[in-house]
Design a protein around this ligand. Structure first.
Ligand code: NAD
Length: 467
């Protein structure tokens, strides 16, 4: 599509949706639930199409697509269908003495016309999850999937066009140009999932018309292993959550901080875990059907450079390290003797490389975390509740998990999101609904009555304001 046609198309859909968003203000819970049911059923019926699209995009194993794309989308839809009536219900609030005679409530109005921009790493779930929240809140939505996963993008477009009228939900495909044209439109709300760098661009654009934003970003999510942790249990859980989706997960454990005296034992368990996951019966990870590939050559080269730099500066590749450029393959890789100034510690890794850093005092490890931008998640392993609580209170992160990793992402009752550099706003379940809603405070006065306190001139009616 040439630039002029793309611009015209965006203008047309935006105007249609903006106008339809006014009709949706009074849309009932039943209407929204009906739409969510159809979306849910479409996903179930087209499960194989979704798996095929993701496999074509970056060889994502079918079961992994089931676990990380289809299941979370269905589960989000089901949870929303079950609870939407209660979320939409008007909430009465208590009346303070100074407001005697009045009543007040909160009503949840849809923000209006929304834009959802998705990344490539979980390209289906991270487009559909926010869409479920937008529909539940009564918003219209333009969805822009990632251009880096074109098969999934085309599938989402097909799904949306089969399920929705364009004035309610519509997909605009494309890369940088499409994003820039979309960000220039005065949406009521933008839900963006992607990197902190692009998140800043989104916020800058939205500031022009003061649109609200949800920014689901990334960062370096640390793992802290305390001295009393069960190392075998920790290694198994860290390996399975780090290397799923080939490490291309926003909440993947990015690096591990462990007491120096326990490092070697932990690394030996980590190696065992990787072998169990991807190298069963002596096969190489490259032959494992359960291990994916890096999404493209640019990211493959970036990750390869991280290993090269670390090795050149004294780090030790304790496991993996092999690459194959012909298929963007990088082995599950563990690096020890890592220093904070190595390239692998500067930015979010977003690939199957796990650096291990030693500490000698827990407090110093926590201070080190606090020198970095606030992460999306923080994971801590310890048998002591007191220690876990200490770690979570001394650090700041979007979310946290004790004695496991990543699981908070799929817990319906928890707000999911980052803090500062890792994001603004929360999503999932009720929090997703709230993100696309304006909780409007409404006060009802009785006809012929006024406030107890004299609020208006002439002020000399009262000698002194009662406070
Ligand atoms: P990205 O920021 O490069 O791209 C995300 C979207 O923004 C894409 O649709 C892309 O087309 C668009 N875009 C890219 N550059 C742009 C620009 N200059 N101007 C306007 N739009 C632009 O992110 P990505 O590489 O697709 O995804 C990886 C990042 O996303 C990682 O940082 C990861 O941690 C983060 N992420 C966060 C979450 C979360 O829930 N918090 C989930 C998944 C991924």
């Amino acid at each position: 599509m040439d630039s002029k046609t793309l611009q015209d198309r965006i203008n047309q859909v935006f105007e249609q949706q903006k106008s339809h968003s006014l009709n949706l203000r009074t849309s009932s819970a039943d209407l929204r639930i009906g739409m969510l049911r159809r979306l849910h059923d479409w996903i179930l019926e087209h499960r194989q199409d979704i798996r095929d699209a993701l496999f074509a995009d970056y060889k994502k194993p079918n079961i992994e697509t089931d676990i990380t794309e289809i299941y979370p989308s269905l589960s989000e839809a089901k949870n929303t269908i079950k609870n939407l009536k209660s979320w939409m219900r008007v909430k009465r609030v208590p009346t303070p003495v100074t407001f005697l005679g009045t009543s007040a409530h909160i009503q949840y109005e849809p923000k209006g016309a929304s834009l959802i921009v998705a990344p490539w790493n979980y390209p289906f779930n991270l487009a559909i999850g926010p869409l479920i929240s937008a529909i539940s809140a009564g918003c219209t939505a333009i969805v822009k999937p990632s251009e880096m996963t074109p098969n999934t993008s085309a599938l989402i477009k097909r799904m949306i066009s089969e399920l929705f009228d364009e004035n309610h939900v519509c997909v605009i495909e494309g890369g940088l140009e499409a994003s820039q044209l979309l960000f220039a439109k005065p949406f009521d709300h933008i839900f963006f999932t992607g990197s902190p760098a692009v998140g800043k661009i989104v916020m800058r654009s939205a500031s022009e018309y003061l649109g609200s934003v949800t920014l689901e970003l990334g960062g370096k999510s640390p793992v802290v292993i305390a001295k009393d942790a069960d190392l075998k249990d920790a290694a198994r859980k860290i390996a399975s959550t780090k290397f799923i989706n080939c490490g291309q997960t926003c909440v993947a454990p990015d690096f591990v901080l462990i007491h120096a005296s326990m490092r070697d034992e932990f690394v030996s368990y980590l190696k065992e875990s990787i072998e169990t996951l991807y190298e069963t019966d002596g096969q190489a990870a490259i032959d494992s059907k359960d291990f994916g590939r890096i999404v493209n050559e640019r990211h493959f080269n970036r990750l390869k450079e991280l290993i090269t730099d670390a090795k050149a500066r004294g780090a030790v590749v304790a496991k993996g390290g092999k690459t194959d450029a012909s298929q963007n393959f990088i082995e599950p890789t563990v690096i020890t003797h890592v220093k904070p100034d190595m390239m692998v510690m500067l930015d979010e890794i977003f690939g199957p490389i796990l650096p291990i850093l030693d500490y000698t005092e827990l407090d110093k490890a926590l201070s080190f975390i606090n020198t970095m931008p606030k992460p999306l998640a923080l994971y801590a392993f310890s048998k002591s509740d007191k220690k876990l609580s200490y770690i979570f209170h001394k650090t700041s992160s979007g979310g946290a998990v004790a004695n496991d990793c990543v699981l908070h992402f799929i817990h319906h009752e928890l707000p999911f999101g980052g803090v500062n550099n890792s994001g603004i706003g929360k999503s999932h379940g009720h929090y997703g609904f709230l993100e696309f809603s304006n909780p409007k405070g409404v006060l009802k006065q009785r006809v012929g009555f006024t406030a107890v306190t004299p609020l208006f001139p002439p002020y000399n009616r009262a000698k002194e304001m009662i406070i």
